[in-house]
Design a protein around this ligand. Sequence first.
Ligand code: SAM
Length: 230
Amino acid sequence: MQSRRNQRYQKTGLSETQQDYHIARRRMVQEQLRAETTDRRVLDAMAKIPRHLFVEEGLWGQAYSDRPLSIGEGQTISQPRIVAMMTAALQLMGDEKVLEIGTGCGYQTAVLCECAREVYSIERIGSLSHRARRRLYEIGDVRFHLRIGDGTVGWPEHAPFDAIIVTAGAPAVPDALVQQLADGGRLVIPVGGECQQQLLRMTRRGRDVVTERLTACRFVKLIGEAGWPS
Ligand code: SAM
């Protein structure tokens, strides 16, 4: 005889494993992310996107815990709280053109695709970018454009951007990124030393830029022309 649990899975059309991850995602939103933000768009996106599919299968069981995880090449996917907080700090309403520096495994890119109109993302490590592209197609996202290269110079051909997010720690704010912000646009970036940074939000107001300090944080290094040397 089938268990009640199994019968319920069959009704939803999800396999038992998919249903377990669905529950884990909802729990992540309730228990970790609601304390970080009330932005419905961000919470809904993170409740929907299968974060486990962006990491190695051996790490699937940890994909919804409050911790960064390895994505290979010495890089990490940020913990869910940080992804939620940084995305919320961009103040997206759904119609923006966004630039992300540091595609990594593509998870943050997928969250941005849910919250904005169009996403441009740059990653300096080719193998990570290729893997991210495959995963994003697999989960059905299509509103992204990926480039392999140095994101500290931005993506001038597609500027200006309504929002720019940098997911690696910079020694100073790259000037090119500020130049590529639209009027009213927001740049969210960790800036500071190799071991600790301050998360900043910079908002362009005409010729002026208003800077807010959001929180202390710790990211892998932003390496490039206007970042750390390799
Ligand atoms: N957002 C990513 C995710 O969801 O997986 C997390 C990215 S990880 C914390 C930071 C990424 O920034 C790494 O993949 C690293 O290779 C990349 N990176 C560092 N310097 C860069 C640069 N100048 N341009 C583009 N990507 C860079």
